[in-house]
Design a protein around this ligand. Structure first.
Ligand SMILES: Cc1ncc(C[n+]2csc(CCOP(=O)(O)OP(=O)(O)O)c2C)c(N)n1
Length: 173
């Protein structure tokens, strides 16, 4: 990555932090801490690593991202808005009644959200299922998931890790 590219990513990460704070400020509630610490990783994923196209959010060959620590969605919403999935103005309506962006990600209402999450431990299990689906259907999309350090103490996360490990050895497609 050259210097100009790095600078662009740093600027994007700053905009994502600002967007997350803007949302939480207007909602007067939410989770700013875990959102801010997620910004750099989200920037790298959405602006460098993942193969996604905001014009085709349901493309079956797209890479997937599951925010298992769903309470940090202000950062994910800011990332998706910056990427072009929906207007940045939506961030100011975070958690408002009837608004598209609610306190936890909802895949039915929000373009770019690949999994509804919020109950800690469940998202990564869904992500493992998506990865297995890719293998079984012969597709090469990748599935990324972000967890919180506290969330990792959920028993379901351990079960998901065992499931993923087992399937990576036994599913040869
Ligand atoms: C199953 C479940 N239990 C409790 C909660 C309530 N809750 C929301 S955020 C949170 C703390 C999460 O901490 P961590 O995973 O470390 O995330 P971060 O510090 O990055 O915000 C808890 C307990 C929840 N969402 N789901």
């Amino acid at each position: 990555m050259n210097t100009a590219e790095k600078k662009d990513l740093q600027i994007a990460a700053c905009k994502i932090r600002m967007g997350a704070i803007e949302g939480v400020y207007h909602a007067k509630s939410g989770h700013p801490g875990g959102s801010l610490s997620a910004a750099d990783v989200l920037t790298y994923l959405y602006f460098k690593e993942m193969h996604v196209d905001p014009a085709h959010p349901a493309d079956e060959n797209r890479d997937r991202f599951v925010l298992s620590k769903g309470h940090c969605c202000p950062a994910l919403y800011a990332t998706l808005a910056l990427k072009g999935y929906f207007p940045m103005e939506e961030l100011q309506k975070l958690r408002h009644i009837g608004a598209m962006l609610q306190g936890h990600p909802n895949m039915l209402d929000t373009p770019g959200i690949d999994m509804s999450t919020g109950s800690l431990g469940q998202g990564v299990s869904a992500a493992c299922g998506m990865a297995l689906a890719a293998k079984l259907s012969g597709k090469d999309y990748r599935v990324y998931s972000m967890l919180g350090d506290g969330e990792i103490e959920e028993g379901q996360v351990w079960e998901a890790a065992m499931f993923a490990s087992h399937k990576s050895w036994t599913t040869s497609v």
